[in-house]
Design a protein around this ligand. Structure first.
Ligand code: HEM
Length: 279
């Protein structure tokens, strides 16, 4: 039998059969696409605006809430236990802190997300119930991304939005991880220790590509939402009383009664104007 090919990295011994290598390989093109979305390009060029960043935080809140709830619920599952690192990686509390900083104490009532974010969360909850072994693909995509490019992006974001210190940027900080590179090595070795059948392994690899795709769709949805909200709909929403949603193509915005009234008046005015013009 042919020996497994070894790939030497700085201090790790990897084989082509390692999940961490396979997953990196199958998502390589998706990573390039994700990096080149308009939103990520704005980040890299130091052009991310505060409204864009606030909207991104809203979506990250929903995504990490779903991801971390499903990881917690399945923490004893044999495919999840090895990669379960809530103390080091969990992002939800940090995002909540940032949202409170930007939106104030009633931030929960101001969450605005594109429809793509809802789809991403729906998928996370579905696999949490039906295929918990796929959670490794989603945890990899988000957490290793946050520990890699995310670190640079945090510093750029701080500069481009003129934020002082680390306020509003908790999302990028991992106080429980002293060396992101060493931690990534540990994480990869834990991924490689997950026992998967051939079918499950293929499912995980497919799911990783899907995870990147879902992220790309969120970024595209956010870009669209930012252009609509920047001028008109900056303060939206209420979570109390039944949640109301306003559908603009590809987006879900929770609206206040006042906002709905203003929009209603606007539509009525346009209708009357068109009527007068036609007359
Ligand atoms: C501005 C956008 C981005 C930049 C500049 C960036 C940059 C990087 C860099 C420099 C690495 C380290 C590569 C290595 O160690 O070989 C990395 C790794 C990674 N990134 Fe990104 N990234 C970006 C966006 C994203 C997004 C949007 C995601 C996912 C949603 C993502 C997921 C990952 C993952 C999972 C890894 C770990 C790869 C591995 O070692 O297996 N990245 N990124």
């Amino acid at each position: 039998m042919e020996p497994e090919k070894k790939t030497q990295t700085t201090s790790e011994q990897m084989t082509d059969r390692d999940l961490s290598e396979q997953i990196k390989k199958v998502t390589k093109d998706s990573h390039v696409r994700a990096e080149n979305t308009e939103l990520m390009l704005s980040f890299q060029k130091g052009k991310v605006t505060l409204p864009q960043y606030k909207l991104l935080l809203c979506s990250l809140y929903e995504v990490y809430q779903a991801l971390e709830e499903e990881l917690d619920r399945n923490s004893n599952h044999p495919s999840v236990a090895p990669i379960y690192f809530p103390a080091e990686l969990a992002r939800l509390d940090a995002i909540e802190k940032d949202l409170e900083y930007f939106y104030g104490q009633d931030w929960r009532e101001k969450i605005v997300v594109p429809a793509a974010t809802k789809r991403y969360c729906h998928r996370l909850r579905q696999i949490g119930k039906e295929n918990p072994e796929f959670l490794v693909a989603h945890a990899y995509t988000r957490y290793l991304g946050d520990l890699s490019g995310g670190q640079v992006l945090g510093r750029i974001a701080q500069k481009s939005m003129g934020l002082k210190g680390s306020e509003g940027l908790s999302f990028f900080a991992f106080p429980g991880v002293s060396s992101p590179n060493l931690f990534k090595q540990l994480y990869r070795s834990r991924m490689n220790s997950v026992e998967l059948t051939e079918e499950e392994r293929n499912g995980v690899l497919e799911e990783a590509v899907r995870a990147f795709e879902l992220n790309i769709q969120v970024f595209e949805g956010l870009q669209m939402l930012a252009s609509v909200t920047e001028n008109e709909l900056q303060t939206c929403s209420t979570h109390s009383t039944p949640v109301n949603t306003l559908q603009i193509p590809g987006a879900i915005i929770k609206t206040t009664p006042l906002l709905r009234m203003v929009l209603g008046l606007f539509v009525a005015l346009v209708t009357v104007s068109v009527g007068i013009y036609a007359f």
